[in-house]
Design a protein around this ligand. Structure first.
Ligand code: HEM
Length: 145
């Protein structure tokens, strides 16, 4: 078992916890919440957010530390691969959302959270991008591209 193997395992576990949560909220919870009266809907979204946001932050930090560490251990040809760039893009978007937009309550301030369809679409777009990063990362890591 090498250091790289351990970093990769922690990286993948962090991604599973974090993107699994994003998939649950997008495909199951938001469609249920969107059927509730407006006030109740916002309350349930906030309840879920209060529980999951801290977990997602820890997972994003762990995925970042392990990702950059593996990046430093790998030869140049792999670190310049486009699918690593896709992972970086997804990571950066979630860092901005979880560490800047959410603590400043920007989604509520710009009225996004009050728009059920737009809020669901934003989550669906982020989930799609994250799934694409996983799909391409797994194939790319095996020299598939
Ligand atoms: C700071 C951001 C990130 C960096 C620097 C990074 C870097 C890396 C590196 C260097 C590897 C190892 C590739 C190899 O074995 O050749 C890897 C693997 C992986 N990464 Fe990331 N990553 C980041 C974020 C993400 C994100 C956001 C996702 C998914 C949404 C992701 C999903 C994966 C997966 C699934 C693998 C495993 C590939 C496999 O061996 O099957 N990573 N990442």
């Amino acid at each position: 078992m090498t250091l790289f193997n351990i970093l990769l395992a922690i990286h993948v576990l962090s991604v599973v916890w974090w993107i699994g949560g994003v998939a649950t909220v997008t495909a199951s919870l938001l469609p249920i919440f969107n059927r509730l009266p407006a006030g109740e809907r916002i309350q349930w979204i906030k309840r879920f957010e209060n529980r999951f946001a801290h977990q997602a932050r820890v997972a994003v930090v762990l995925a970042g530390i392990t990702g950059f560490w593996m990046y430093a251990l790998l030869p140049g040809a792999i670190t310049h691969a486009w699918w690593i760039g896709l992972m970086l893009l997804v990571w950066f978007l979630f860092v901005v959302m979880l560490f800047v937009a959410e603590p400043l309550r920007l989604p509520a301030k710009i009225g996004l959270i009050q728009k059920p369809r737009a809020f669901l679409l934003l989550h669906a777009a982020l989930l799609t991008l994250a799934l694409a990063a996983i799909f391409c990362g797994v194939i790319g890591a095996r020299g598939g591209f």
